[in-house]
Design a protein around this ligand. Structure first.
Ligand code: LLP
Length: 387
């Protein structure tokens, strides 16, 4: 259970992200324990979930690989100590400069999303005398029943290559083997997936596709199943980490690891989601005719998930825990009505100056922050750096 050192928070300028490093470390340990018991499983941390360098160093030290979606993420990951050959370089819109950078640094894999992208990689790799390791991202057409803004694995979105279009692209890779090393296939079905059924469907789909290519004498040394494992936003203290064993088990039982084939994972939210909270101060309590507003100093520029995905984040009053409860709209200072962290939130009476924690904000919180309204970016404070 995350403990908040309220005394020390008083001296830190709000809003800021607070990271429970013990929880992060035990989550990483659980991932490493559960994955390393399985044959040939390789876990890559999805940097987009949180690219704070201090967290990245901790994750790199545990020996995890990394999943990057831009040149900037590749640089940040390498600086934090991840090995270049552990980098999975993904993204539907890699620029020529990013492709060159990735070749120069020697990334472990390009997750290729279209034939047009493959053509550019072929020409850049050939011209620079490199061989690009490639996995083709296949759109598995599986509905993960997650929020429609973060669904990725169905036919009508921009990600991956439809299976029906795959054969000639595989052939093109094989024909250009002087500069393309076709190692595998990549999948990703969406994010914040809390049931295992979509993953079982993915496993079935992967096996069908592998069989199809075995019939053509094409074998893949690497299968990347992406990320997406969800966390319990409703109960962060009761469920501080997801069931990694059950998750890895689906793939352990389902995908054959023959001839040293590796199964790669790209986990983001499940690793960093629960360790982070956005700490904010109440500026004003405003009584309306129907509603009472707790106006806090964090805005949607600091944590955009509620505004963008109607995402739920638990909110706690850290200053007053034992007062009588009130019902609040917890809102930020930005001049847009979506700048709201929670409606009808029951909290011990909130007063000006109270410190609130917006929980389960370690993933896609700090990394999606912006300077909208010319506000400063939120700070970050690690539990192990406080005395
Ligand atoms: N691999 C690929 C190809 C991805 O697109 C993603 C996330 C991941 C791995 C990591 O997924 P995770 O394990 O973190 O679910 N901003 C949204 C989430 C967007 C996810 C984008 N892709 C949110 O705040 O919920």
């Amino acid at each position: 259970m995350t403990r908040f050192p309220l005394e020390q928070f008083r001296d830190i300028s709000t809003p800021f992200y607070y990271y429970d490093i013990d929880l992060l470390q035990s989550t990483i340990d659980a991932v490493v324990r559960a994955s390393s018991r399985r044959r040939d499983f390789v876990v890559h941390y999805a940097v987009k979930a949180n690219s704070n360098p201090r967290l990245l160093r901790l994750i790199a030290n545990a020996g995890l690989g990394v999943d990057c979606v831009s040149g900037g993420e590749i640089r940040t990951a390498l600086e934090a100590g991840f090995n270049a050959d552990s980098v999975m370089f993904a993204g539907v819109g890699k620029t020529d400069e990013e492709i060159m950078l990735a070749l120069e640094k020697g990334v472990g894999m390009f997750n290729v999303e279209s034939e047009a992208e493959l053509d550019v990689i072929i020409s850049i790799a050939r011209e620079s005398g490199n061989v690009a390791p490639v996995a083709l991202r296949v759109n598995p057409n599986i509905d993960a029943h997650t929020h429609h803004f973060i669904t990725t694995g169905v036919e009508d979105n921009k990600f991956g290559i439809d299976f029906e279009l795959l054969d000639p692209i595989v052939e093109k890779c094989l024909k250009n083997n002087d500069c393309i090393d076709l190692q595998g296939l990549h999948f990703h079905i969406g994010s914040q997936i809390t049931i295992m059924r979509p993953y079982s469907l993915l496993v079935e789909r992967i096996n069908d596709i592998l069989k199809h290519f075995e019939g053509k004498d094409v074998a893949f040394r690497s299968i990347n199943v992406g990320g997406g494992l969800g966390i319990d936003y409703e109960h962060p203290d009761e469920h501080p980490m997801p069931d990694f064993e059950a998750y890895f088990d689906v793939f352990d039982r389902g995908v054959p690891c023959i001839n040293g084939r590796k199964i790669h994972f790209e986990l983001g939210r499940s690793i960093v989601g629960q360790c982070g909270s956005l700490i904010t101060r109440c500026l004003y309590v405003k009584q309306g005719i129907k509603k009472k507003f707790a106006i806090v100093d964090a805005g949607f520029n600091d944590l955009i998930r509620p505004a963008l995905y109607q995402a739920f984040h638990p909110i706690q009053n850290l200053t007053h825990r034992d007062c009588q409860n009130g019902t609040y709209e917890v809102v930020g200072p930005i001049c847009e009505s979506t700048d709201c962290f929670g409606e009808n939130v029951t909290l011990p009476e909130v007063r000006r100056g109270d410190i609130l924690a917006i929980r389960s904000a370690g993933a896609y919180g700090e990394s999606m922050a912006s300077c909208y309204n010319s506000r400063r970016l939120p700070g970050a404070c690690m539990s192990n750096e406080l005395t």
